[in-house]
Design a protein around this ligand. Structure first.
Ligand SMILES: Nc1ncnc2c1ncn2[C@@H]1O[C@H](COP(=O)(O)OP(=O)(O)O)[C@@H](O)[C@H]1O
Ligand SMILES: CC(C)(COP(=O)(O)O)[C@@H](O)C(=O)NCCC(=O)O
Length: 291
């Protein structure tokens, strides 16, 4: 008889990209071993009608297994239009799956949310915090996601998610300079080739890039230092994720690790929001009353 293997589909709809992963509840460790995963821009959303094929192509699928997506968890901060399209694709592709929209609440998976209005907190920020708290419990954490916006949040043992900062993301910063000035170019297509031999650049492209990169690093440094002051200790760890991390990472050794005190206190996670949704899905399966 064929065994039916039950999977959860996790979806992180950010303001630039939609990321997805297939997860099977069980022991979790970093990096997460997704059974299948992918991502696409908003402009490519129509391709989601081929999601079952994209998933099947990646799954290790021995003959005796039938693959069933029996639940979907969505974190969406990209608006009602994207939510409606996502729900339509899920209904079309996985008609038997239960679809859950993850939103921020006062408490989830053992983490308290101290936002004045807990439901106002972006679901991606809360999911990221849940992931960080799950893997690094009892630690003062700065949790950063560097996407369309850069969000830099804090978790304190005994208190939970205490709040954070929302800043323009790296790409958003660079684009806003190009849009709002007469003489500054758009760096989007050349970002992959840009390097910074000196913080004080001697040309326009590198000067823009230096400004944007160091603004991001500076915000992270401020967050780490503030949390260190609040905890009266240097034992603060940074968990960081998001599409802009590959551009920022070359500067971590000079600008973040000295603040943290040790390389061991820096954790780069491929997709923290999806990881948080896996924590939520697992908690809901194991402890249905906890969500
Ligand atoms: N060429 C680039 N230059 C600067 N930033 C980039 C570039 N490519 C990607 N990024 C960054 O990655 C972001 C997308 O990352 P992601 O974490 O998926 O964001 P979101 O969750 O907001 O959709 C872009 O908005 C941008 O900030
Ligand atoms: C801050 C955000 C825009 C980040 O979105 P992203 O960059 O991940 O696409 C999103 O988390 C959001 O819309 N938050 C709601 C407001 C808040 O968190 O306070």
């Amino acid at each position: 008889m064929q065994e039916i293997v039950r999977y959860s589909l996790l979806i992180d709809a950010g303001n630039t990209r939609i990321k997805w992963a297939v997860f099977q509840a069980g022991a979790m460790r970093l990096p997460m071993l997704w059974l299948a995963s992918g991502g696409l821009g908003h402009e490519e959303i129509a391709q989601l009608d081929r999601l079952p094929q994209a998933i099947e192509a990646q799954l290790p699928q021995p003959d005796h297994e039938l693959v069933t997506i029996d639940e979907v968890w969505i974190s969406n901060v990209a608006g009602a239009h994207i939510q409606a399209q996502l729900e339509q694709f899920i209904q079309q592709c996985f008609p038997n799956a239960t679809c859950h929209r993850f939103t921020s609440s006062e408490r989830c998976a053992g983490l308290a949310n101290c936002y004045a209005n807990p439901t106002q907190l972006g679901s991606d920020r809360f999911a990221s915090a849940l992931a960080a708290h799950h893997f690094f419990p009892d630690t003062a954490l700065v949790v950063a996601t560097c996407g369309t916006a850069t969000t830099i949040d804090a978790i304190l043992p005994g208190k939970g998610f205490i709040g954070g900062m929302i800043a323009p993301g790296l790409g958003t910063m660079a684009m806003s300079l190009a849009k709002n000035t007469a003489q500054l170019p758009d760096l989007t297509s050349v970002a992959d080739q840009l390097s910074l031999p000196n913080l004080f650049a001697d040309n326009t492209q590198q000067a823009i890039w230096s400004g944007c990169i160091h603004a991001q690093l500076g915000a992270l440094q401020c967050a780490i230092r503030d949390l260190q002051r609040q905890t009266d200790s240097a034992a603060v760890e940074l968990v960081i994720s998001g599409g802009a991390v590959p551009y920022l990472r070359p500067y971590f050794a000079d600008h973040l690790i000295p603040c943290l005190g040790s390389e061991m206190s820096l954790h780069v996670v491929e997709n923290l929001v999806l990881t948080g949704l896996a924590v939520v899905a697992q908690t809901a399966q194991l402890e249905p009353g906890e969500r």
